[in-house]
Design a protein around this ligand. Structure first.
Ligand code: PMP
Length: 378
């Protein structure tokens, strides 16, 4: 394994999120100040699929069931072509099926990239704070995880990050934009700076939340750096398909072929392929809900800022809320009344993901009550 003298963090990984672990066995109250169960901890799209789209998915799956004795298309050709069309339309850039690879969720895409381009003995580097499963996925790929801490959090110290990348020369740099849990986005200029510092490694830009972002996708970089840039995306968030498990990557054909060469045969089931194809066909209709969700998020942020909370700017439908003396104690205070927020390992901030409007109303009301009761110390 490679070692480094940089001030990097190495993680052994964990399979259960702190929220899940803390909720196990807890009986959530209903009653005075009890909200039963409001989960604002997962940054998914809270709006379910419209009934007519659900029916279209069921029909597509029904057709597959009639031929379920056969293996699925190992090349996932229909899905790759549809996704290429979606990406090209939205980025106004030429993208074909040769630029797309799909798997069962972005997590699987990431594992395959880490395995193929870093693997045992290699290093994957990320910037803190970031997606808590990056180190877990690196471990699953048998790879060393290193991260550059952000000492100026919630501001980013980009210069320090670039210096660390230049010194470490990892096999893979992974950066989520918008980032989870902080919601901040990185500029295309910053990505180019990373690329200039990487001698042979690749840059993975995780665009899981791109549909929520006001920023342009970095997809143009795949043509400028066809052997060095990979984007990964998912249908889990804006597309409301987290349970369906479909993620994809966008890259130059050489990178795509390297991944296809190491994929398991028939890795995406015919049911997943058929259901996901319906979701992509209905992209415009499904994504029309995103502005509503973002308005809800803005409404929550404005209210919380008036109440005196620190909310670093977010470019997604979730945000960090602080600055608490003890974020874990505040998490407990909310959980005690049936509201679950994201405890994302930051000592002074919790992550809040916009829910349905009535859930957001209850969360805001509960926040005022907890402040009045002195249960939130800022
Ligand atoms: N990357 C980031 C930054 C995420 O936040 C998530 C999900 N929370 C993923 C990847 C994984 O997405 P998927 O459901 O497609 O595996």
């Amino acid at each position: 394994m490679k070692t480094t003298s940089l001030p990097l963090h190495h993680s052994g990984g964990a399979t259960k999120s702190p929220d899940q672990a803390k909720l196990l066995g807890r009986v959530l109250p209903a009653g005075p100040l009890g909200y039963g169960w409001i989960g604002l901890h997962y940054p998914v799209n809270p709006y379910p699929l419209a009934p007519h789209i659900q029916n279209a998915v069921i029909e597509a799956v029904r057709t597959q069931i009639a031929a379920i004795n056969n293996y699925p298309d190992s090349d996932t050709s229909v899905l790759r072509t549809k996704l290429a069309g979606y990406v090209a339309d939205h980025a106004r850039i030429a993208v074909t099926h040769e630029n797309i690879w799909v798997a069962n969720g972005c997590n699987e895409v990431l594992r395959q990239i880490f395995r193929t381009f870093a693997g045992p003995g290699g290093t994957v580097l990320g910037l803190e704070p970031s997606y808590r499963y990056f180190p877990v996925i690196a471990e699953a790929a048998g790879t060393q995880w290193s991260s550059v801490p952000t000492r100026t959090f919630p501001q980013r110290d980009i210069d320090a990050a670039l210096t660390a990348i230049g010194k470490c020369q990892p096999d893979v740099v992974v950066i989520a934009s918008p980032n989870n849990p902080s919601g901040d986005s990185f500029s295309i200029d910053m990505f180019e700076e990373v690329l200039h510092r990487l001698r042979s490694g690749i840059l993975v830009i995780d665009e899981t939340y791109i549909e929520m972002s006001t920023k342009d996708s970095a997809v143009q970089l795949i043509h400028r750096y066809p052997e060095k840039v990979v984007l990964c995306r998912t249908l889990s968030k804006a597309f409301t398909f987290a349970g369906g498990r479909l993620g994809y990557m966008i890259a130059g054909p050489q990178i795509i072929n390297a991944l296809r060469a190491t994929q398991l045969p028939y890795h995406v089931s015919s049911i997943t392929q058929a259901a996901a194809a319906v979701i992509i066909d209905r992209a415009d209709e499904i994504l029309a809900k995103v502005p509503e969700l973002l308005l809800e998020c803005e409404r929550m942020v404005a209210y919380l800022q008036r109440e005196g909370f620190d909310i670093p700017h977010s470019d997604a439908h979730f945000f960090l809320m602080g600055k608490f003396k003890d974020a874990h104690a505040v998490w407990e205070a909310y959980a005690d009344i049936g509201i679950v927020l994201g405890d994302v390992g930051l000592p002074h901030y919790l992550r809040v993901s916009a829910g349905l409007p009535h859930e957001n109303d209850q969360f805001l009301e509960a926040t005022s009550n907890l402040l009045d009761l002195g249960k939130i110390a800022l």
